[in-house]
Design a protein around this ligand. Structure first.
Ligand SMILES: [Zn+2]
Length: 333
């Protein structure tokens, strides 16, 4: 084991930093985590990342990390390695996270948003392995997407491609997304949107909805969890709510199939995992909203990586891509 080089993968989140030494097949050897302080100064937050990295270095037993990969919530600029103004990371505005880490440790460092990183890991080692084109979707408190072609992230002209969560589904609707636009799929079908939709619907029908509302208020888990479990027990009102969410997602995915015709669609994230029992129905619905006569053949499958998708993804930035994001979008001048 001694001389082999490893990637130090770092997953920056709103409450913690997780990191580990990753092997070329996507396994994590040493795991560490440190608390993340997002409401202080940029320097304090950076120190949290250093703390997590030091822990892994201390335990590495002579195993060398020759590169560092970082997955962080967006929006961020993977070309310049800069965190822009991520809602989950108020500590960093236009913060050059990649260079701050690279300069500190003098180890080549790559930074990408968590959806791109996780999508790359799924395409290389996870549920999308063996496919040339993978559409990765993560559904949690927001909706993120990544387009992976031949095991490379599709970055677009400046690195801003793949923000599929902000495609408008209902421009006349009242729902306003966190990004400021009306009717984005994120504003309609991410965790908070499902919770709002459910509470609204349950209130309209106190007789049927009352017991579910109480279950939601008493549950330590998410609203989505309660609703999806009730739908699995075939409670009509819960089924109706999930059906509505699946319909929104189906309209959206149908359009993406028309645009991309990917080999496979991988769905991850906390809410995405809960909806896995509905993927067959989702595929049917997406086919209805697509003009592709073979849309139904495109499988929608649950992601392989759960909470550790950022750790695998940050390593995938090195193991799976032979170029950094800035090299990938560099235009001949
Ligand atoms: Zn939006």
């Amino acid at each position: 084991l001694g001389g082999e080089p490893y990637v130090l993968g770092v997953d920056v989140g709103g409450t913690k930093v997780a990191d580990g030494l990753d092997t070329p097949d996507g396994k994590v050897l040493e795991n560490a985590r440190a608390a993340m302080k997002v409401d202080g100064s940029a320097e304090e937050a950076l120190q949290c990342v250093f703390n997590a990295i030091e822990q892994v270095f201390e335990r590495s037993n002579g195993r060398r990390a020759t590169s560092i990969g970082i997955a962080s919530p967006g929006p961020l600029d993977p070309i310049r390695g800069v965190v822009l103004l991520a809602p989950n990371l108020p500590c960093w505005r236009e913060f050059p996270l990649r260079d701050a880490i690279q300069d500190h440790y003098r180890i080549p460092t790559r930074l990408d948003n968590d959806a791109n990183a996780a999508g790359l890991a799924e395409a290389a080692w996870g549920a999308g392995a063996g496919h040339r084109s993978v559409l990765y979707i993560t559904i949690g408190t927001g909706i993120g997407t990544a387009i992976i072609l031949n095991q490379h992230v599709y970055y677009g002209r400046t690195g801003a491609a793949g923000e599929g969560g902000h495609m408008t589904i209902d421009h006349r609707g009242e729902v306003r997304c966190g990004c400021g636009k009306h009717g984005c799929i994120e504003g309609l079908a991410a965790g908070p949107a499902i919770a709002a939709l459910a509470k609204e619907r349950l209130k309209q029908d106190p007789e049927q909805g009352g017991s579910l509302l109480r279950a939601i208020n008493q549950s330590a888990g998410s609203v989505t969890e309660v609703i999806v479990n009730a739908a699995a027990r075939r409670e009509p009102i819960a089924e109706e709510i999930v059906q509505q969410v699946i319909e929104y997602l189906g309209i959206w995915i149908g359009s993406m199939i028309d645009l991309l015709e990917p080999d496979i669609i991988v769905v991850g994230g906390g809410v995405g995992a809960r909806l896995a029992g509905w993927f067959d129905h989702l595929s049917e619905c997406a086919a209805k909203w697509s003009i592709n006569p073979r849309a139904r053949e495109i499988r929608i499958v649950p992601a392989h990586y759960g909470a550790d998708s950022g750790l695998a993804g940050s390593a995938a930035l090195w193991y799976c891509q032979d170029k950094s994001a800035s090299e990938a979008v560099r235009h001949p001048s």
